[in-house]
Design a protein around this ligand. Sequence first.
Ligand SMILES: [Zn+2]
Length: 198
Amino acid sequence: MTKLSDQYLTFDNSEGLIDSHLYDMILDCFNKSYKGICDMFNYGELRKTSIVPAPDYDGVAATYSGEAKVIMSTKYYAKNKLDADSLTHEWIHVAQNYDHFEPGWLTEGLADYGREKFGIYNKEAGWSLPKYNEKQHYTNAYRVTAAFLVWLEDNVCKDIAWKLNDVMKRNVYTDQCWVEFTGKTVDELWADYAKANS
Ligand SMILES: [Zn+2]
């Protein structure tokens, strides 16, 4: 059987820059979740994508959305050999492929929301969504925003993430979208989230 990774992923590790077990985990993640990611974040269209190990990059991983290219820091992954699903986060950026990244907190919140939904090895990597605390705000991005989105999905609007991604893709996102989808502003929703989790 042809694997999704044979058709849609270029990941050359011939120089052995990425630990071979981690490499296998990343391929496993791709084969298990890339279709679901593209269904959710790219209307079902599978984009061909690539991963390039980057010895000079000091971050974790980054996506060049236009080229559907992901770079991964060899330094970071040498120390974090189970963090395969950080690539899941990046593949969501590949699928999002927004013209405009802003608001960045929402783009990153949706990517971590997707990592929570589609991740295979989050537990192994010690990665999970945080519980609410009063120091948080929805604009914190990443996991904080993702936890808020999961709560909204469970309690307010079951396809909120799909809808937000859709308006981001069509470049028509405004604050008013929250009101359209839920009847409340994002600040009101955040207040409800805080109240329900305090
Ligand atoms: Zn990101």
